[in-house]
Ligand binder design. Structure first.
Ligand code: FAD
Length: 480
């Protein structure tokens, strides 16, 4: 069979034939069975243009029954399937590796219900995150998660990757805010776990298996999620720090002094700032006259404009006096606030414009979080631009190596070093992006043999023919 890197197409899977296509057309209608080259090529390649599959068919079910029919059929025919949301995933999980059938959730984008008293939203998996945000905004609520890909990513994809993002420091992970899911198993069985309860200790809480399993255990078709009220006073400040240790101390102070109003604590190094300001139109460094090594974006969200502002200003003043911050700007209006956010959220896009990029998404105990960036820089020298940024409030570093083009020699300098380093410091090699194809074989850097063995048993129980997202998440020896 054909090879992609070290992965080989598993011969347990059948190849798509004309009868399969006819069957899909019967259950979905012709227009929802896509074989058009242009549409297929967009769905075959990931956001970074790093992973490319060769699927010949994309299915667009409109409801849960159709998802169930598709999977039941694929399971009986041994056709491999890749579930696809907004295709913004960063680990090669959302695109086929070979000729898997792509099942897109894009047409399942209805809001089912919203309860204004409890703040519980129930919707289909294909709803785009930003659309849910706008819907909630009108109701006086917000989504408990926010991320740079909001314009394209879908709630089903967010749940399937257990996306973290910019508000986790305040509202916690999706394991807390997702109250229920409806999911379809590989054999077509529909699991209705679409609860709208905060508390429900009735047996094993199986919804958690679908949060973060990246489409390897089932297809998420509906989601119920707890949304916080939209509060009236939001403030954003961009701060400059002279070294990493100041950023760390600033975080400690922010948690203490800002307490319940702290809603984001993000950081970027000067290399990230330079990258954004040189590649994105309209992005400029708010401190153009002096070079700082680190920048921290702090957001507060509360219900009392004057006391929130007072609190934030006192915190900023105190941090200036303690020399934790070298300089700072408090956004004066919503436009300035969004220019600060655009810097932070624009890094991924700027990296894309700069060339090829190797992305690592690490959880590392705070004390050592930035050391790996420095070590990587000294390993690679002038061959690459190494940048570090991320969700410092959650101990999550995005280590990115920007290069003119993908280069095996550079990759060999990065891996396995970065995984070994992370493992040695008791970190996680995937904080929030998942394993996908990229890290499926590296899971042992973060999980024990015994743990992976149980994962493997769960996989076989729920998807005995391993048709769901093959070659992803777990080592290829297990999934192929
Ligand atoms: P896809 O990319 O389509 O799929 C992702 C995975 O989920 C795949 O394995 C796919 O098979 C599976 N999947 C998708 N939908 C379903 C479903 N309905 N049922 C079962 N499986 C499914 N991530 C963060 O955690 N935090 C961030 O701050 C963040 N920022 C980002 C910024 C940018 C600019 C970009 C491009 C990405 C960012 N990401 C971030 C990556 C993140 O994983 C995705 O953006 C998002 O959560 C994926 O949603 P999606 O709908 O695009 O899913």
């Amino acid at each position: 069979g054909s090879m992609v890197g070290v992965v080989q197409r598993s011969n347990r899977f059948s190849e798509l034939n004309d009868d399969d296509v006819k069957y899909f057309q019967e259950i979905l209608g012709r227009k929802n069975v896509v074989q058009d080259e242009d549409k297929l090529s967009a769905a075959n390649v990931d956001w970074m243009h790093k992973y490319k599959g060769a699927s010949k068919i994309l299915l667009q079910p409109c409801n849960t029954d159709q998802v169930s029919e598709i999977l039941k059929y694929c399971n009986s025919r041994n056709l491999a399937v890749v579930p696809q949301g907004g295709n913004t995933g960063l680990v090669g999980g959302s695109v086929p590796v070979f000729d898997e059938v792509i099942v897109s959730l894009s047409s399942m984008n209805k809001i089912i219900s919203f309860d204004k008293v409890s703040g519980i939203l129930v919707c289909e998996a294909g709803c785009i995150l930003e659309n849910l945000m706008s819907f909630l905004d009108n109701e006086g609520f917000i989504m408990p998660l926010d991320l740079g890909a909001k314009g394209s990513c879908q709630i089903g994809g967010n749940v399937s990757t257990n996306a973290g993002g910019l508000r986790l420091v305040r509202y916690g992970s999706l394991h807390g805010s997702v109250l229920g899911v409806e999911a379809v198993l590989a054999n077509g069985t529909v699991l209705d776990m679409l609860k709208t309860l905060r508390k429900d200790n009735t047996g094993y809480d199986l919804k958690h298996l679908f949060i973060g399993s990246e489409g390897s255990l089932g297809i998420v078709t509906k989601v119920s999620i707890l949304t916080p009220p939209k509060l009236s006073s939001v403030n954003v400040a961009l701060l400059a720090c002279k070294d990493y240790s100041s950023c760390q101390k600033l975080l400690q102070e922010a948690k203490r002094k800002l307490g319940e109003i702290l809603s984001a604590f993000e950081f970027l190094d000067s290399q990230s700032m330079d990258l954004v300001t040189s590649h994105l139109d309209g992005a400029r460094n708010p401190f153009p006259d002096s070079q700082h090594d680190f920048y921290v974006l702090i957001e507060t969200t509360g219900s009392d404009e004057s006391s929130d502002k007072q609190k934030l200003e006192a915190f900023l003043l105190g941090s200036m006096e303690n020399e934790l911050i070298a300089d700072g700007v408090l956004a004066q209006d919503i436009n300035q606030a969004s220019t600060f956010w655009n810097i932070r959220e624009g890094i991924s896009e700027a990296l894309m414009k700069a060339g090829a990029v190797y992305k690592y998404d690490l959880s590392i105990p705070l004390e050592n979080l930035y050391t790996v960036v420095e070590e990587m820089r000294s390993r690679l020298g002038d061959a690459a631009n190494v940048i570090g940024y991320g969700h410092l409030g959650d101990g999550n570093l995005h280590l990115n190596v920007s290069v003119p083009q993908y280069d095996g020699k550079i990759l060999a300098q990065i891996e396995p070093f970065v995984y070994e380093w992370t493992s040695k410091h008791r970190g996680s090699i995937s904080a929030e992006h998942g394993m996908g194809l990229m890290k499926a074989n590296e899971i042992f850097y973060s999980q024990s043999r015994e743990t992976v063995q149980v994962m493997s048993s769960i996989k076989s129980l729920m998807d005995p023919n391993h048709i769901l997202n093959p070659y992803k998440v777990l080592p290829h020896s297990i999934t192929s």
